[in-house]
Structure formats: structure tokens, C-alpha cells
Design a protein around this ligand. Structure first.
Ligand SMILES: [Zn+2]
Ligand SMILES: [Zn+2]
Length: 271
């Protein structure tokens, strides 16, 4: 049974809709043992979208310390962050993680060629396959240029923003993108990094977590063992989304353990 959610947003993220306390109270209700907040820190997020995904680290950590203390008899709260990988912000990310102590760091790509693939603009002037492949290449570049994260976030989430994603997600084929996906997975395994199993894919009705089954299987084949489980919840009702379902999927693939991180150190937990 999975008793830790390792991808959770609060209103420290500009797309977060709930306070830390709302999320924590829901976690307690669900019987979670550990909740790791992973609010966004995307350096150089394009300002055309009029959002900033940069948080104030001091305020964030201070608030987390208060939460940890207040709820320590009921739930363990950990300090994580979701860093937006872009090769040109590597120095800033290194500076951040050297200055502040994070239990857990997700490295995610949210910006490709200065555009957020969430917006239709990304898909103009390229085929769906080109758009997906370009994002995978950006993840590969992100994973090669920065070593400070523990797991690579939602590897194939790009597919859900492709114009026909909901229809096509089940058909989108790992083998079509195998070369670049294998390069990502091999880089992660070589560097001792994990991947996250992000259950928001279920929430979006895609029938799979991110990444989908074939990629989870391939990571295992290549010797990967580190999987964190996260709902990517931005609202309390999405905390631990479909964790029972993902547990079964991972067991069917042959995984016996998932991983949590404390003070940057992996701890294996039985599924
Ligand atoms: Zn993300
Ligand atoms: Zn997230």
C-alpha cells in the first residue's frame, strides 16, 4: 500500500488552488503517512503567459517548518520542489539546491523552446509527432545538463496536450519514440536517478499514469529501480489519485517497491 504522496502543490504554486493546510488535512483523512510538497520553481518561465512559476524559497521553507511542527503527531510533511528543467537555467537551479535543503527534488520539463506545450501555440507549425518528439528531446537535454534532481517528472505528459491526445493516448506508441525515450531512461539509470509515476494521467482520463506502462516496463528492463508515486494534486480531492490502481499496475509490471526520499536519500517501501 502506498502511504506517501510525493507530488503535491499548494498555493505557493501559481496554479495551486489550495493552502498547505487544506492539502495536509485531506492527507490525514486519507491515512497518508507522508506528504511531500513539491511546489513549482520554473526559472525563466516565458513571461508572455503572465504567470510566474517561481516561488520565494525562504517563505516556502518557513511555512513548511510551521506545518511540520503543527502536524507532526498526525502526518510527516516533507520539503520538496518541482524544478522546471531548461539547460540554460542550470546554474540557478544548482545555486538554489546548494543554498536550501530539500528532501526531494523532481526535475520536470514545462517549457520547450521558450514555449509551454500546454498552450496551442506550441503545436502550431509542427505535426503532433514532431511536437511530442521535440519535448522528449528537451527532457533528454534537461536530464543531461542538470544532476540535482532525484526523479524525472511526468515523462510523457506532453502527449495529453497534443491536439488529439484524449483520443490517441492509448495508441501513442513507446516504440515510435523509442530512441529518444531510451536515451532518457539510460541517462537516468546511469546517473542513479528515478522516474516518478504521476497518477494525473488517470485523472485526465487517459487510462495510464505518466509515464505509460511500456516506459515503466522499459525503465525496469534497463535496471531502473527508483519510482516515486505522486498525484500532482493541485486540489485536496486529487490527493493520492488512483493510488490503488497504480499499485496494481506496478505489481503487474514486476515492481515490488516504490521509493520515498528524505534529506535527499532514497528509502524503499513495499508496494
Ligand atoms: Zn509538472
Ligand atoms: Zn506538478
Amino acid at each position: 500500500m502506498i502511504t506517501a504522496d510525493f507530488h503535491v502543490h499548494s498555493n505557493f504554486s501559481s496554479d495551486g488552488k489550495a493552502s498547505m493546510e487544506d492539502m495536509i488535512n485531506q492527507g490525514i483523512k486519507l491515512g497518508l503517512k507522508t506528504l511531500c510538497f513539491t511546489d513549482h520553481m520554473d526559472y525563466d518561465y516565458p513571461n508572455i503567459y503572465k504567470y510566474s512559476f517561481e516561488l520565494a524559497p525562504e517563505d516556502y521553507i518557513e511555512k513548511l517548518e510551521i506545518m511540520k511542527e503543527k502536524y507532526k503527531s498526525q502526518i510527516e510533511i516533507l520539503t520538496g520542489i518541482e524544478l522546471g528543467l531548461q539547460p540554460h537555467v542550470t546554474d540557478r537551479m544548482n545555486e538554489l539546491i546548494n543554498k536550501y535543503k530539500f528532501d526531494f527534488i523532481i526535475g520536470s520539463v514545462h517549457v520547450v523552446d521558450q514555449v509551454d506545450p500546454y498552450y496551442p501555440q506550441y503545436w502550431e507549425n509542427k505535426s503532433e509527432e514532431e511536437g511530442i518528439a521535440r519535448c522528449f528531446k528537451a527532457i533528454k537535454e534537461g536530464c543531461e545538463s542538470f544532476q540535482g534532481f532525484h526523479v524525472c517528472g511526468h515523462i510523457d505528459y506532453i502527449v495529453r496536450y497534443a491536439p488529439s491526445s484524449k483520443v490517441k493516448y492509448n495508441e501513442y506508441s513507446y516504440t515510435y519514440y523509442q530512441d529518444v525515450l531510451d536515451e532518457i531512461l539510460k541517462t537516468l539509470v546511469d546517473h542513479g536517478k528515478g522516474i516518478e509515476v504521476n497518477t494525473s494521467g488517470y485523472k485526465y482520463g487517459l487510462g495510464h499514469p505518466h509515464p505509460k506502462t511500456e516506459i515503466l516496463r522499459r525503465y525496469k528492463e534497463l535496471g531502473g529501480e527508483i519510482l516515486t508515486i505522486g498525484s500532482d494534486a493541485h486540489l485536496p480531492e486529487h490527493l493520492c489519485y488512483d493510488f490503488d490502481r497504480v499499485t496494481q499496475l506496478l505489481k503487474d509490471i514486476g515492481y515490488q517497491y516504490y521509493t520515498i526520499f528524505k534529506e535527499g536519500k532514497p528509502i524503499m517501501k513495499k508496494l
